[in-house]
Design a protein around this ligand. Structure first.
Ligand SMILES: C[S@@+](CC[C@H](N)C(=O)[O-])C[C@H]1O[C@@H](n2cnc3c(N)ncnc32)[C@H](O)[C@@H]1O
Length: 365
């Protein structure tokens, strides 16, 4: 059975666990260290600990940090159940009446008023940055915050996509045109059900580590990792494809962020839209990662871009390896057509990537 932690919450431009599994099998042995410095929902480090490797993840996005941390540092089922029960006992809807009334109109149409107060309560009490139990419950809440309004009552919101948070004005227009109203959800009940479902899979016996950092600050933040990484498995932001802050603004709000989409708040340096800026961002990232690598290591990367030919990406990425190692050999390079265009499907009006490129380099320091 697929481990049920994998799908706690969808994430934009995520790769499937089969991708991580294939490369962990090929490039590492039990006990080795696998790192994803742009970990997103944490698939690579989580798959690594499932395969008895040491799994490390990092991301600048707090949503990614919560998801990765929840998976590689999960609490026991009983401690999570106990915490959820205590949270429910401590809830008083009246405490959130005035806060819910002052939120922008989006929130009143996105959530039923009783659901919104429960969400506001959890938002105010969950200590996702310091407590592993709270981080796990927060991850479940992030995965439930918005999605389709099915009868299974899996999501708290009015009709929304699961992967990205649509912008307030677009969402309001959509709900008004379709005459859609949010249904009442008991947030505690949904979370209890999801907790039970996730723990149908055994909690991994090994635990990994998640960092919340700009990749270029990682050698400082993760000083203990120095010279220990055997394999990087990653997908950096795709060139000109998404702005994670805008596209995940509602989940970021749940983690304490602004009540509307922001850009350049979490990452001051969103240079993913112009090719030359993008490549210099990756050069800086590789330079920062280099001290973390073993003398012999592997670098596996899935990458894509809009309006750039695959061979041009291959040449530029291969050239960028000089920032990561003294010597490198390209072991494998594959191009796959994207059948389902994630960006086209989830971001109204956007143009999707047509292909994804997978690379595996052997690196020598
Ligand atoms: C393509 S996504 C990775 C998706 C991931 N492989 C998965 O399966 O979920 C790229 C990630 O890079 C992160 N990111 C962007 N700029 C960053 C930076 N400067 N430092 C660290 N992470 C960054 C984004 O937050 C995003 O999660």
């Amino acid at each position: 059975m697929r481990h049920r932690f994998h799908s706690i919450c969808p994430y934009f431009a995520m790769f499937p666990e089969q991708f991580a599994k294939k490369w962990i099998e090929r490039c590492t042995r039990p006990g080795d260290t696998v790192m994803d410095p742009f970990s997103g929902r944490g698939t690579a480090p989580f798959q690594a600990i499932l395969m008895d490797r040491n799994g490390l993840g990092n991301d600048v996005n707090p949503v990614a940090y919560v998801l990765t941390g929840a998976k590689v540092g999960s609490p026991t089922r009983s401690s999570a159940e106990r915490r959820l029960w205590r949270l429910e006992q401590g809830y008083n809807p009246e405490d959130f009446t005035s806060e819910s009334a002052t939120l922008p109109p989006f929130f009143g149409r996105a959530f039923h008023h009783t659901t919104l107060k429960q969400i506001l309560y959890l938002r105010s009490v969950l200590s996702w940055s310091t407590s592993r139990v709270d981080r796990f419950i927060t991850a479940l809440a992030l995965g439930s915050l918005h999605g389709e309004m099915t009868s299974a009552a899996s999501y708290f919101s009015n009709q929304m996509p699961r992967t990205i948070s649509t912008k307030p004005a677009y969402s309001l227009r959509f709900w008004q045109t379709k005459n859609l109203w949010p249904r009442q959800r008991n947030v505690f009940e949904v979370l209890r059900r999801k907790l039970a479902f996730r723990y149908e899979s055994p909690r991994p016996s090994t635990q990994g580590k998640a960092y919340l950092s700009d990749v270029r600050a990682l050698p400082r933040v993760a000083a203990a990792v120095k010279s220990s990484v055997d394999c990087i498995i990653t997908s950096p932001p795709y060139l000109n494809v998404t702005n994670f802050e805008e596209d995940q603004w509602l989940r970021l709000w749940f983690l304490g962020g602004a009540t509307e989409p922001t850009s350049s708040h979490y990452s001051k340096d969103n240079r993913h839209t112009r090719a030359s800026d993008y490549w210099s961002f990756l050069h800086e990232s590789w330079r920062a990662l280099r001290p973390l690598l073993q003398r012999r290591s592997h670098f596996v990367c899935r990458i894509s871009a809009i309006n750039v030919a695959p061979d041009a990406i291959k040449d530029t990425l291969s050239d960028s390896m000089r920032f990561l190692a003294d010597r490198w050999v390209l072991q494998e390079y594959t191009v796959s057509d994207l059948v389902r265009r994630q960006t086209g499907a989830f971001r109204p009006g956007s143009v999707g990537c047509r292909f994804e490129l997978d690379f595996c380099f052997d690196l020598y320091q």
